[in-house]
Design a protein around this ligand. Structure first.
Ligand code: MCA
Ligand code: AMP
Length: 500
């Protein structure tokens, strides 16, 4: 038995002296050095007590060591669980308790708050910093540069990615080797990614987009990667003329467009610009094409499913649509109430089936059964419409979700915190259009009889519990929340009232 993901993404690069990663200071890491570092890290994982199937929780800055850790987890047969670096200790506590990892990796600054959580589940703790130093790096130093790859079945887990829900706490989406590899193959093929490409990588590597869509395809193709710690306009302007490929969220594109340095000449060497994770406005697509001559290729996916559809590489990339199902992936639109397929051209719930669809939610069989039908179709919570040419458009969502700068924000999670606030009777959190992030978070609160509204107290409560990107940027006080006959809060009315 082999390890399909390791064998496809990492093993072929062993001994290849060509440059793979280019860092901020201009230094490069060769494919060979990267694969060797993965092996050394795999030894360090084993020394830390990580066995096949064990989870590794990682809340660390984007750096070579973090990428090598991903590879090492795959090679050692462990389950990689990356977390948004913006999450508060309160948020991380839940993930550690739920996933019961054998190893937690964080910065030295976060160690005091995370160490007791790791201790509670009997996990070891190592550190990793933005400059690649830390006790994890120390533990890899001097280790052999080859590691006996742990055999894995295609249905074995490679990663656990937490995604919030409209009700209750976050759920761990179990991603198998097959899920990741099938998607990497489909995308690499469709987008014609090759060893000639140079990818501008400015996305975080704790989500599907930056880690799997971007890194797995680059690794599969043997493409070079300009690894940036974060999105930075000056760096983007410097890298565009030296690169061929970029993947980003719509905010990347609106920010690039605001900069007059973005011109047709600057972008001439580029082969392909790809957007996803949130809706790209048709006007952004048009403005970008007008300015650079490039038609942004928009695709659509979800943590639980990896990528589902993509606009074509050769062929019309239609603004406002997310294209056609990837090869091997089936999409159907159903009536949200009856689950029956809708008529051609009608709006329906997007359901998806294929090797890309996850194995289920970690330790949540009921939740898995509710979202994954017996015939294998996963219910996305997105509403779509398919035109006569077969292009899917995402026209709405049944799930109560805000997408801000490509990050998902579940209103329920914020409302639960606000409702604990002094004098708060109830609250409703909703998204309004935001020129930079696509959507911005607004909180409407109803105070209990006579209680005074104290914004600072509420903001402090939110700050203690939730990552900064989830914080409401505006509070409004209402005498009561608009509800329909069923008693459900009508957020569409709130959006209409405050979104102008
Ligand atoms: C940062 N802030 C945000 C966000 N990012 N607030 C709301 N939404 C955000 N996305 C906060 C900061 O904490 C800061 O707070 C303030 O906003 C301004 O920060 P700024 O420096 O402008 O932000 P940035 O560091 O430039 O980040 C913006 C960003 C970043 C580049 C758009 O958020 C980003 O890289 N997003 C990509 C997310 C992503 O990869 N999503 C893929 C998920 P303060 O007020 O304190 O200054 S995977 C997925 O969705 C599926 C599977 C798919 O299809 O891909
Ligand atoms: P996540 O839970 O982070 O995986 O986010 C997945 C959700 O992001 C999907 O269910 C969609 O609602 C949304 N999404 C991703 N890509 C697109 C896109 N290109 N257009 C519209 N929505 C998108």
């Amino acid at each position: 038995m082999q390890n399909p993901l390791y064998d496809a993404l990492f093993a072929p690069h062993a001994g290849n002296p060509a440059a793979f990663l280019t860092l901020d200071d201009g230094t490069t890491v060769s494919f060979a050095a990267f694969v060797a570092r993965i092996a050394q890290t795999a030894h360090a994982l084993r020394d830390a007590g990580v066995a096949p199937g064990d989870r590794i929780v990682v809340q660390a800055p984007k750096c070579v060591g973090m990428l090598a850790l991903y590879g090492a987890a795959v090679q050692a047969g462990a389950v990689f669980l990356p977390l948004n670096t913006a999450y508060t200790a309160d948020e991380v506590d839940y993930f550690i308790a739920d996933a019961t990892p054998k190893l937690v990796i964080c910065t030295a600054a976060a160690r005091p708050s995370l160490a007791p959580m790791a201790a509670r589940t009997g996990a070891a703790l190592l550190t990793l910093e933005a400059d690649d130093s830390g006790t994890l790096t120390d533990a890899t130093t001097g280790q052999p540069d080859t590691f006996p790859t742990v055999p894995r079945d295609p249905d074995d887990l490679a990663a656990l990615l937490y995604t919030s829900g409209t009700t209750g706490r976050s759920k761990g989406a179990m991603m198998t080797q097959r899920n990741l590899l099938s998607n990497a193959r489909a995308l690499t093929d469709l987008w014609q990614i090759t060893a000639q490409d140079r990818l501008i990588h400015a996305l975080p590597i704790f989500h599907t987009h930056g880690l799997f869509v971007a890194m797995n395809t680059a690794l599969l193709a043997g493409a070079r990667v300009r690894l940036m710690p974060r999105f930075d306009l000056d760096q983007m302007m410097a890298e565009i003329p030296r690169s061929t490929l970029m993947m980003g969220v719509p905010t990347f594109y609106t920010r690039l467009l605001e900069d007059p340095r973005l011109t047709r000449d600057l972008a001439a060497p580029m082969r392909l610009f790809i957007s996803g994770s949130a809706p790209l406005l048709a006007e952004t697509h048009a403005a970008f094409a007008d300015r650079t001559g490039h038609a942004i290729l928009e695709r659509y996916g979800m943590t639980e499913t990896n990528m589902i559809t993509s606009n074509p590489y050769d062929g019309a990339r239609i603004a406002g649509t997310v294209g056609m199902p990837l090869p091997g992936v089936e999409v159907r639109l159903t009536d949200p109430d009856t689950a029956a397929p809708v008529a051609p051209g009608a709006v329906g719930m997007v359901e998806v089936r294929g090797p890309n669809v996850f194995k289920g939610y970690w330790n949540m069989p009921e939740k898995t059964a509710a979202d994954l039908r017996a015939d294998g179709f996963f219910i996305t919570g997105d509403l779509g419409q398919i035109d006569a040419q077969g292009y899917l458009s995402i026209v709405g969502r049944i799930k109560d979700l805000i997408i801000s700068g490509g990050y998902n924000i579940y209103p329920k999670e914020i409302e639960d915190v606000l409702n604990e606030g002094p004098g708060v009777a109830e609250s409703a959190v909703f998204g309004i259009p935001d020129p930079d992030f696509g959507e911005g978070v607004v909180a409407a609160v109803v105070m209990a009889g006579g209680a005074a509204f104290d914004e600072a107290a509420l903001a402090a409560l939110v700050k203690a519990k939730l990552a900064r990107f989830k914080h409401p940027r505006r509070y409004v006080v209402l005498p009561d929340l608009p509800r329909n006959a069923m008693g459900k809060v009508q957020k569409n009315l709130l959006r209409a009232q405050f979104g102008g």
